[in-house]
Design a protein around this ligand. Structure first.
Ligand code: PLP
Length: 415
């Protein structure tokens, strides 16, 4: 094995080729991902470049964390400016960015209260804690009996409590014992939701569209039905908008499609435009009021750097009308994809620029198509076995979509 000399102590600058970077990851890293072998060194807008300078259109957007595009100038400037002033105060003290961040998020979401965290999974953990404490202190559920109803095929992150309610065998295998208190009903099934509710049910927690589950869109009216079932039974309705939120599906939040009023939502991903891990749980006053000083927290949650970045990232979404762009360009992209007469395609579905191309079982899996797309200069990733997800940054133009469509068609038409 070759010895690796850190660039800082070698006399000549070390320029590593792609294979060398891949080898380093393989030698020193945990094997918990299966990336396509493209080593990205630069990103701007919808484009990224690899070590050889080859350019690719990013059609994954880091699972929708890059709705604003790579390295958006306005967010970058806000980040650099704040980073040169103060980055971390901890919540032991106040800072001059956090309040403005809360106010902006509250105005955008219509939910009055915000609790900031870092990763999406932490926002979900926060939601679970808020839901349970609400059940005991407001609804009057007997101690330790609170139940949360979730949907099959869900994805909400990777912590022990979150994988406890996953229905994916691999997400759970080897990680037991699990956190109790979750009940699973089929996604989009209002009758099953009704039947699952007991006096101890605290909340129904779900994605308005399942992203990792394969861009699964529930039947029209389901969110509205779920809302009324929850209201009738004094059960909270909480949406995981970490992937669907902040413009991705053609509205600021996907729940807006059915005009429902959730008691809480989790957001993350595009909340920083890809610059920084920032997430939040947002809710009504009644739910957020369960938290008292000392109940919950995070060293980095709500730090001034995160808050300044998120303010700029949200401003970009609003000022550049990214939800409207996603709606218009998404309709176009979906209809063009539906027009591709490939024998491999089972179905094209999506909302806004969150699109899944489901392949027929005999197509041999989505991964080989993702590899072929990479050769054509398009980065996309399979989700589940047979679905190619197309979710480019929302700043994409129609001509860039046409550029992609030409190549996608070529790849999907090949055998
Ligand atoms: C990505 C995702 C999460 C988890 O976010 P992390 O930042 O990876 O912890 C939770 N819910 C949904 C719907 C997601 O897509």
């Amino acid at each position: 094995m070759q010895t690796i000399v850190p660039a800082s102590i070698s006399s000549t600058p070390v320029v590593l080729d792609a294979q060398h970077h891949i080898d380093l990851e393989t030698i020193y890293g945990a094997d918990n991902y299966h990336p396509l072998d493209v080593v990205i060194t630069k990103g701007q807008g919808v484009w990224v470049w690899d070590t050889e300078g080859k350019k690719y259109l990013d059609c994954l957007s880091a699972y929708s964390a890059l709705n604003q595009g790579h390295c958006h100038q306005r967010i970058l400037l806000a980040m650099v400016e704040q980073a040169s002033k103060v980055t971390l105060t901890s919540r032991a003290f106040r800072n001059d960015q956090l309040g403005k961040f809360y106010q902006k998020l509250s105005q955008i979401s219509g939910l009055p209260k915000v609790l900031p965290m870092n990763s999406g999974a932490e926002a979900v953990e926060t939601a679970i804690k808020a839901i349970r404490k609400w059940a005991y202190t407001v609804k009057g559920v007997p101690a330790n009996q609170a139940e949360i109803i979730v949907c099959s095929n869900n994805f909400a992150g990777r912590t022990i409590s979150i994988v406890s309610f996953s229905t994916e065998e691999q997400y759970q295998y080897g990680f037991a014992p699990f956190t109790p208190g979750f009940k699973v009903v089929p996604y989009g099934d209002a009758a099953a939701l009704s039947a699952a509710i007991t006096p101890n049910t605290a909340a129904f927690f779900l994605e308005p569209i399942q992203g990792e589950g394969g861009i699964m869109i529930p039947p029209d009216g389901f969110l509205k039905q779920a809302e009324s079932i929850c209201r009738q039974n004094n059960v909270l309705l909480v949406f995981d908008e970490i992937q669907t939120g902040l413009g991705r599906t053609g509205k600021m939040f996907a729940f807006e499609y059915e005009g429902v009023k959730p008691d809480g939502i989790t957001i993350g991903k595009a909340l920083s435009g890809g610059f920084y891990p920032i997430s939040a749980f947002l809710s009504t006053n009644e739910v957020m009021d369960v938290f008292n000083p000392g109940d919950h927290g995070s060293t980095f949650g709500g730090n001034p750097l995160a808050a300044a970045i998120a303010i700029a990232a949200l401003d970009v979404i609003v000022d550049e009308q990214l939800p409207e762009r996603a709606a218009e360009l998404g309709d176009y992209f979906i209809s063009q994809l539906q027009g591709i007469a490939s024998p491999h395609i089972e179905e094209v579905r999506g909302r806004g620029l969150l699109i899944g191309v489901e392949l027929k079982p005999e197509a041999g899996g989505a991964r080989r198509f993702c590899k072929a797309l990479m050769k054509e200069g398009i980065l996309a990733k399979e989700t589940r076995e047979d679905i190619i997800r197309f979710a480019p940054p929302l700043v994409i133009t129609r001509s860039e979509l046409d550029w992609a469509l030409e190549r996608i068609e070529r790849v999907l038409m090949a055998s």
